[in-house]
Design a protein around this ligand. Structure first.
Ligand code: NDP
Length: 303
């Protein structure tokens, strides 16, 4: 059978459509989910990310509130803004765009966000909850990858997944989500021995490394499903373009399915940010809507 190129844009459009219809349903209860996005400084890439997040929110009917602060903002002013957003009952999600300027302690800032409004899933309460297998707000990129895997493979139980990379943003939460989905999980990183051999045993490979085209056909078992999280800008002559951590052309004849870069994982990240904002809005309602009562609001592994 010819390999499947996993269409992340189409999958993201489906997630966004689900979110939009659930936002409309909430509006009939008088609740408009709202996402506050905080940007400190003028990093051009961060500005683009923030603009895209705000646009997607508007498309889904989620109210967005932008807080743009100068690069010299001190930590106490940022913490004061977060405290204000935590207390505001009309704000359901808080996202602080990373990276923050060097004089601000990123961990302290992320820990200041109310865990119920932590739509990035970076607060220790949510990180711990995920590692315990609880339904919590989960980092958007691995959540998006898991949805692509479920769409492609169905039930993941018993499959061997190798995650390349152990960052807090992608690798570690990805491994936790795959474990929760009953995979056998191996996490490899820059100090791992026999990287290639370990990858060659995998039914699923998730590459989150940041090294252009590190993984080629030689690393892959025939029929493996490959999720390429990497986004690397390379120059080719006078031009530059984006490539993943996987050498797509080399891998394609070997795999059963693979995400392209761009157009694979990227669109899912932003779609799951919207999904998390909706989930956060539900979790904050006084009637205490639980994940069990509303499976659509639950951790992506079961939604
Ligand atoms: P980090 O730099 O935080 O982590 C990279 C990981 O890869 C580390 O664990 C590192 O190991 C490991 N690594 C580095 N080199 C090698 C190697 N040669 N062999 C094996 N492992 C190696 O990156 P992120 O996790 O934040 O991001 C990874 C990639 O995903 C980047 O390209 C990033 O741009 C992209 N990304 C894409 C997103 C999307 O929406 N599509 C969202 C987030 C990230 P060690 O821990 O030992 O240093």
């Amino acid at each position: 059978m010819s390999p499947k190129i996993i269409d992340g844009k189409a999958a993201a459009a489906r997630v966004l459509a689900e979110v939009k219809s659930q936002v409309q349903a909430m509006e009939t209860e008088g609740i408009t989910p709202a996402l506050a996005v905080v940007l400190v400084g003028q990093d051009p890439a961060s500005q683009v990310y923030v603009r895209n997040k705000v646009l997607r929110a508007e498309e889904c009917g989620i109210r967005s509130l932008e807080h743009k602060l100068p690069a010299e903002t001190d930590e106490s002013a940022l913490l004061a803004l977060i405290a204000q957003l935590n207390a505001d009952r009309d704000v359901h999600g808080i996202l602080v765009q990373l990276p923050l300027p060097g004089h601000i302690d990123e961990t302290r800032v992320l820990q200041a966000i109310d865990p119920l409004k932590d739509v990035d899933g970076f607060h220790a309460e949510n990180v711990g909850g995920l590692s315990q297998g609880r339904d919590v707000l989960t980092p958007c990129t691995p959540a998006g990858c898991l949805r692509l895997l479920h769409d492609t493979c169905g039930d993941l139980a018993g499959l061997h997944a190798v995650v390349i990379g152990r960052s807090n943003i992608v690798g570690k939460p990805m491994a936790a989500l795959l474990l929760k989905a009953h995979c056998t999980v191996t996490v490899v990183h820059s100090r791992s021995a026999n990287l290639k051999e370990l990858c060659r045993q995998a039914d699923i490979v998730v590459a989150a490394v940041g090294r252009p085209r590190l993984v080629d056909a030689d690393w892959l078992k025939p029929g493996a499903v490959v999720i390429d999280v990497g986004i690397n800008r390379i120059s080719e002559g006078e031009r530059s373009r984006l490539v993943g951590d996987v050498d797509f052309d080399s891998a394609l004849p070997t795999v059963s399915a693979i995400t392209p870069v761009p157009g694979g994982v990227g669109p899912m990240t932003i779609a799951f940010l919207m999904k998390n904002t909706l989930t956060a809005a539900r979790l904050q309602q006084p009637a205490s809507v639980t994940f069990a009562e509303h499976p659509e609001a639950a951790c992506p592994s079961i939604s």
